[in-house]
Structure formats: structure tokens, C-alpha cells
Design a protein around this ligand. Structure first.
Ligand code: SAM
Length: 416
């Protein structure tokens, strides 16, 4: 039957197309695991929050009471900016509600999510956390010694001897190269294990990273035109004043993002740009009026990421004023000299207000987006993809940021 087929597709791909709403449910663990051959991400390490055993409320800790208070204080008279924000929310609302209804209607998927919750809880008990604390790339990268730090890449290859015989040659090769301000590339077809200051990292096949501060970003722009990108995902460290955020990573004032070399990163065949934004109206205004124009990006559409718990309910009330269970992705594109007119017309017909649903992972960790936009990425396939301000790596992708190895540490993986 159809639901059965959707579920088996989901088990393979991590993507479930919900009927009736055009929304998709994504399990980032399954999607990310498609990047890896010898390792896999364990759900209990990806989902530390909303898959926790016991009532989901417990996972939100003390924040709950505060939220309730905030709701009680909801202003009756809105200022101009709040009015625009409320208006925006009203426009998004029917799409979010419809997407959520279609998730609630997907009984096979929901039964599966509950089963997964059980598995995560069980894994929680026997979770073997690696000893020690991994180094903080953000802090090390700021030291004057940063250029001296090196990463060891352990290439181990198994190659048939070539004469058709069953003999296999194992070769081990090590490469030791600077970890900061340097392009680190796994050009092989296999996952690669790397070591840095006593911690181990997993580098997916055909992926690379450039770890640096924003000041050095221009150095990661590929010189060769054909090495530039068809899909550019950007999740900037926007300021939002949350204490949680301050503990996790530094933030930057908006004006710093104006100089991101988006236009230079875009492939001559054109590029689709996906920008994660928070719900602050001031920020939306800045992106539309200043940031996209400064980057030379033409606005296309807004997508939503609706966050749910493992039981399928939203992580908070849809209509809370200062806290929404969804975030926005603004899509735009760079029109380039060699853009195929067919790519251009597909882009201009992009459906607005589509919804991606998933259970959130670690603080500020975003779900993979490309399943929703695959058909719109211009240029020759396979598309070249880059993520700016990345905290993890994907097969075939280029990751840039001051900690792109963060979630690549071995503690987030199991050996297959
Ligand atoms: N998309 C990521 C994910 O899903 O895990 C989250 C990105 S987070 C919103 C922003 C990232 O930008 C953090 O890793 C932060 O350390 C990094 N960042 C902050 N200031 C930076 C700077 N000056 N240069 C480079 N990266 C910076």
C-alpha cells in the first residue's frame, strides 16, 4: 500500500513525503548516514532533547514556566514591528497547520517515530561516551599558535590487485597538515578517520572543510570557476540574546554578514542560496532590504522548519508570541552568465511556503534541506554544495566555519 511504500522509502532515505500538504518529514540521522560507509550516527547522540525518555516536557526543563509567563504577558497593543511579525505569522500559519495535520495523519510514520523513541531511550542507557573533552576549535583557532596545529588524516585503502585475482592490498598512508586556515580534503570514496589533539574525527567521502574565522573566508573561495557552488546553505551566528546560545558559540552583529562572498562562491551556472533566519522581524527586514541586495541574491521563497517532538506534537504552542515552534529558510538565487534558461524558469516557479518537519537535534542544529530543493538547484549534476558556518560535514560537500568538525567527532558515531 502507499503508506507502506512511503515508510520503506523513508527507512532508506530519511525522507517521508507527507500526502496532501507537500510537506516532508525528515529524519536527519538517516539522511546524514547516507554520507557514511563505515560509520553511522547514533540517534541517541543526534537527538539529545526531544527524544528523551519520559514526558517530553521534562526535556525542556525550567524553560517551560518562563514561557507560560511570557504568554500571559503577550502585549495587547502591538507596535509596528510586532504587527508585521504577527502578520507574517498569520500568513505562515495555514501552511504549518496543514503540514502538521498531514504528519498526524501519517499513522505508520508516527508509530515508527514512537518505536524510534524507545530505541533512543534504550541506547541512552548503554551509551559509551568517549572519555575526555574534545578540543574547542573556536578557542584554538583564535590562538597565535593556530597555524601550528595539525590534523592527521589516516587513509587506509583496500584495493584489489587488478589482475582479477582475489588478492586485496591494504595500504595505509598518513597525511599531517595544518588544521586551521587550510583546505582539508578527503578525495577518496571512503570515510576517512582523522586525529587531532587526541580526539578522532570522521571525514565523509569526497568532502572537505576549511576551518577559519570569518576574516579569512575569502581564502576558501575556489579559484577555478568550475569548483564553485550550485547550492549555498548559510546559517549565520545571528545575535539573539539567548544565554544558551552564548554558551555554545560566539555571535556576530548583522553588518558582518554583508561581506560574505556569496556572489564569488556562486557557480557560473547559477546558484540556489538557502539562508536560515530567526523569527525576529528586525532581522527579516535586514535580509530583504540589505543583505540579499548586498550579496546580489534575488529572493525566491520562504520555507519553514516545523519542530516536533517524537510523539508528533509541536515543541511549543504554534501561537506563542515570542517563541515559535518553527524557523524560516529564505531562498534566493544568484543569476550567472552560464545559467540555463530552463533552470531559471524552474526557479521562478518555486513553490512558496513549503514545510519541512523534523525532531530537533542539538542546540541550533539544522536539518538537511536539500530534499526539499533538489529539483531547483541549477547547473550540471552532481551539484556542488557548500555550507557556510557549518558544524558538520557531508559526503560531496564543502564545509566552512570556525568549527566544521564539531559534530564529526567520533563520539557522535558508531562503527557499522
Ligand atoms: N548550521 C549549523 C548546524 O546545523 O549545526 C549551526 C551553525 S551556528 C547557527 C553558527 C556557527 O557560526 C557556529 O558554529 C559558530 O561557532 C560559527 N561562528 C561564529 N562566529 C564566527 C566567525 N567569526 N567566523 C566563523 N564562524 C563563526
Amino acid at each position: 500500500s502507499e503508506p507502506r511504500r512511503s515508510l520503506s522509502l523513508f527507512l532508506e532515505s530519511g525522507v517521508y513525503r507527507l500526502e496532501g500538504s507537500g510537506a516532508v518529514f525528515v529524519d536527519p540521522v538517516r539522511v546524514l548516514n547516507r554520507s557514511l560507509a563505515r560509520f553511522s550516527i547514533s540517534p541517541s547522540d543526534y537527538y539529545p532533547r526531544f527524544f528523551e525518555p519520559g514526558p517530553a516536557e521534562a526535556a525542556r526543563g525550567g524553560a517551560d514556566g518562563r514561557k507560560r509567563k511570557r504568554r500571559a504577558k503577550k502585549p495587547l497593543v502591538l507596535n509596528e514591528r510586532e504587527r508585521v511579525a504577527a502578520q507574517r505569522h498569520q500568513e505562515a500559519r495555514p501552511f504549518l497547520v496543514k503540514a502538521h495535520e498531514s504528519l498526524l495523519g501519517a499513522t505508520e510514520l508516527r508509530a515508527f517515530m514512537l518505536k524510534m523513541k524507545g530505541e533512543v531511550a534504550a541506547a541512552e542507557d548503554r551509551k559509551s561516551m568517549l572519555p575526555g573533552v574534545p578540543p574547542s576549535f573556536i578557542e584554538l583557532g583564535r590562538l597565535w599558535q593556530a597555524p601550528l596545529y595539525e590534523i592527521t588524516l589516516n587513509f587506509s585503502q583496500e584495493k584489489p590487485t587488478g589482475d582479477g585475482g582475489p588478492l586485496i592490498v591494504h595500504s595505509k598512508e598518513q597525511k599531517v597538515i595544518p588544521i586551521f586556515d587550510n583546505l582539508v580534503h578527503n578525495g577518496t570514496e571512503d570515510d576517512l578517520e582523522a586525529e587531532f589533539l587526541g580526539s578522532q574525527y570522521v571525514i565523509p567521502r569526497e568532502s572537505c572543510f576549511y576551518m577559519s574565522d570569518l576574516q579569512q573566508i575569502h581564502k576558501m573561495v575556489p579559484v577555478e570557476g568550475d569548483a564553485r557552488f550550485h547550492f549555498i546553505v548559510i546559517d549565520p551566528p545571528w545575535e539573539n540574546g539567548s544565554a544558551q546560545q552564548k554558551l555554545r558559540y560566539p555571535t556576530l552583529p548583522n553588518k558582518y554578514f554583508l561581506s560574505l562572498p556569496v556572489q564569488q562562491l556562486a557557480h557560473r551556472e547559477g546558484a540556489l542560496v538557502a539562508l536560515w533566519v530567526t523569527n525576529r522581524e528586525k532581522l527579516r527586514n535586514f535580509v530583504e532590504k540589505e543583505l540579499f541586495p548586498a550579496w546580489g541574491v534575488k529572493y525566491l521563497a520562504t520555507f519553514y522548519w516545523l519542530k516536533v517532538k517524537s510523539d508528533g506534537s509541536m515543541i511549543c504552542d504554534l501561537d506563542l508570541f515570542h517563541h515559535r515552534p518553527y524557523e524560516c529558510i529564505l531562498l534566493g538565487f544568484c543569476d550567472k552568465e552560464d545559467m540555463d534558461p530552463r533552470d531559471l524558469s524552474r526557479l521562478s516557479n518555486i513553490q512558496d511556503k513549503r514545510v519541512l518537519i523534523s525532531v530537533p537535534g542539538d542546540y541550533s542544529r539544522k536539518p538537511p534541506l536539500e530534499e526539499l530543493v533538489l529539483e531547483y538547484i541549477p547547473g550540471t549534476k552532481p551539484a556542488r554544495c557548500v555550507e557556510l558556518f557549518a558544524r558538520d560535514m557531508r559526503a560531496g560537500w564543502f564545509s566552512w566555519g570556525n568549527e566544521p568538525l564539531h559534530f564529526q567527532e567520533l563520539r557522535y558515531f558508531q562503527k557499522r
